[in-house]
Design a protein around this ligand. Sequence first.
Ligand SMILES: Nc1ncnc2c1ncn2[C@@H]1O[C@H](COP(=O)(O)OP(=O)(O)O)[C@@H](O)[C@H]1O
Ligand SMILES: [Mg+2]
Length: 367
Amino acid sequence: MKKTVALLCGGVSPEHEVSMNSARNIYKAIDKKKYDVAVIGVSRSGQWLHLPEDEFLQLASIETGNVGFPLMLLPGEELVIQYRPVGKSQFTVQNSHFPKVDVVFPIIHGPFGEDGTLQGMLALLGLPFVGANTLGASVGMDKDFTKRLLQDAGILVAPWVTLRKHETIDYHSIVQKLGYPMFVKPANMGSSVGVSKAETLEELIEAIHLAFKFDAKILVEQGLKGREIETAVLGNIEDLQVSGVGEIVMEKGFYDYDSKYISPDAAKVVIPAEDVSEKDVENIRETALRAFQVLGLEGLSRMDVFLLDDGRVFVNEPNTLPGFTNISMYPKLWMQAGMSYPDLIDRLLTLALERHQRDFALQRTRF
Ligand SMILES: Nc1ncnc2c1ncn2[C@@H]1O[C@H](COP(=O)(O)OP(=O)(O)O)[C@@H](O)[C@H]1O
Ligand SMILES: [Mg+2]
């Protein structure tokens, strides 16, 4: 029987547009013979809207009020129903029917999409969904928690210090511990938003100021000199697959927002990565797999690492809902491994349903 996928996109994070772009690609790749698709757009202000297909395909971003039909959630019932505001805090339920959802594909990057909040809500609604569960998503989004867990498991991560907004910063000890260059980043963000490289004390102060605009907790990391390698993990905990490796090659500078989305020529995505020895590839894949397990992830994650000249592999970060734009590394790595983009999407939906079945089968009463 045909199932209905709710594709959730947009969101309140600065990665709103990236999400819309990823969602369009996923929408096109979903096998419409197997699945009906209902698109739920989350506006920049956080409102949930049912978007008709033609509107969704045209939209670069969702502003409340100009598109779609507002939705509300009914835990324990169907996912959502449409409503119409009829005054201050007054609503009427619309008759038009939002389909009953079988599985959700949340493709909202960054805070309130990739950080466990949305996952917790979908779990509460009792719906199968693609990607990490609540805990994995939260841990994987927080660079400070990610690094502490990986370090505890003996996986290499760049030395760092965590700073909180209310604390007095001892610049001298940071410089002494890490040395220049350093990378400064918000603890919970993505797409390099708020990330800067600092090579002097002046730049460090500026970088810290910028990162604190995006998060009350930030990281200052030792800058690593290595190749930026990415690999893709796919599967639930019982059965994990790891792809080959790709490389981000920069002409100059680092992989910032601009080189990711605005001037894509600044960064070359090379798949498979060239001139990486078989031993290094195996080490990277093995490290990625272990990191995925240590962080309690499921479904999918792109694993970003640095490969140093001496062969050591440092994990930079997991991306539990990586980009799915047509230039994105995660789907490209699977295509390189022989899996088409539509097959990948189908596999992710199947994994979501399988995990739900596994977890839903658990006993919920004491006897
Ligand atoms: N410790 C580091 N050493 C060298 N380069 C780094 C380091 N941390 C980050 N970078 C560069 O900054 C980019 C963005 O940092 P990252 O931690 O991946 O943030 P985001 O989650 O926003 O992608 C990386 O892709 C890399 O180019
Ligand atoms: Mg990154």
